[in-house]
Design a protein around this ligand. Sequence first.
Ligand SMILES: [Zn+2]
Length: 488
Amino acid sequence: MPLLKLASPHPGSHPSLVSALCLALGLAAPLQAETLKLTHFQLVDVEQGRVLQDRQMLIEDGRIVRIVPATEVLVADSSRDLGGRYLMPSLWDMHVHFEGRELVEDNALLLPLYLAYGITAVREAASDLAPEVMVWRKQIAAGERVGPRIFSAGQKFEGIDSLWNGDLEVGDEAAMARGMDKLTAMGVDFIKITENTLQPELYLKTVAEARRRGYRVSSHIPYGVSVAEAANAGLSSIEHLSYVLRLGHQDEPEIAASVRSGTLEAKEAAARYRDGFQQPLADKGYRMLAAQGVAVTPTLIGGYQLANLDATDHSADGFLRYLTSAFTDKYSWRIERMGEQTPAQWQARKQKYQDEAAQLSRLDAAGVMLLAGSDSAALNTYVYPAEGLHSELQLWQQAGLSPARILRAATLDGARFMGLEKDYGSIAEGKRADLLLLRANPLADISATMQIEALIQGGEFHDRAQLDTWLGNAAAAVQILNTGRRGI
Ligand SMILES: [Zn+2]
């Protein structure tokens, strides 16, 4: 029998006689964990999309151990009355980036903000800060840094001479296999692939190799690959809604084949997809995605912000106080890339946004798993970290999804996608106590997710004052960084 180690979740508490005896005998000591009781809350059941009135729960060792009606007697070491507010599982942002080699501190100071905005897990879809992200992930998991649990792809796969910084650029199968070895050594949580210069054949092989090694694969889709081919190769999630619209063209496989063989330019393919869209064909394609178990992360907010830049003044946005000027300087990249736009072009952008957003309810009706992700990054103009997820959820509501459906995507489905629904994603006995306390009912209006009263992370209670302290610290750090860089 192996010697079991003594578990003492509360450093500083003196070991009891029983523990000492257990140690001497080589036995596991009984847990000394303190229990926390939460009373008088309305439980937001994200699985069923309903509110359960007046519950209480017991949290022990970071987990929910009991949930009972408020009338039952529940004994605990300490207790908190939640005053009838709404308790839901905390949010997961399934698409973020921490990027910018010169923005290490600027990104690090954002980590506590995720918690202040109710987000306890982020799926980091690769960046040029991969080495730092891996360190932050470890520090957060060890309780040495305040922040959300990070799932990271490390560096993303691309082709040679791609547009992106810090990616893993591969031109043949051997280089791709070496790249996989490198990412495995880094301990990445999933594989991300984008399509700027990656060759279609190699793209498909990269998806298949990642799956062979047991990774989930999150990806864009090159014009030279049909959506069905990518799904068949083993894709786990498609990032951004635009790709799935190709399924609405009757010649999609032929168009992809022509791009791959070099007889059709990507630009021409894009024009054909735009003009030949048929909803029934798209719906059929979405059912294929659902049957193959391919999830879609729509990331509406980025396209929305760009399409509405002509009519929006962002200069007074409250979130800017948490971003350094070096960070927001990056916002100009996409704006410059858009170039001077005519009124007709602005209109076309808005229309494109509407057309894409309209697919959300079609994907849902087809049974596709939707993942809620902001795509917040320094390079994604006015997609604010942490706050961006809430904006994304509000756009889903505008696009016609019910708050219940949206909440499930932003909680349980994220955990399901990562294979962690046993421990996360809903309020249930045995699950981790990662919870968000709201002042309004999120099932009535999704914007209630912004009305945060408290956050509970792994059983630890952070009240509004604590969340405000984190926000204040971030704003102060931004001032220090900005001033220091001005060289005063
Ligand atoms: Zn992204």
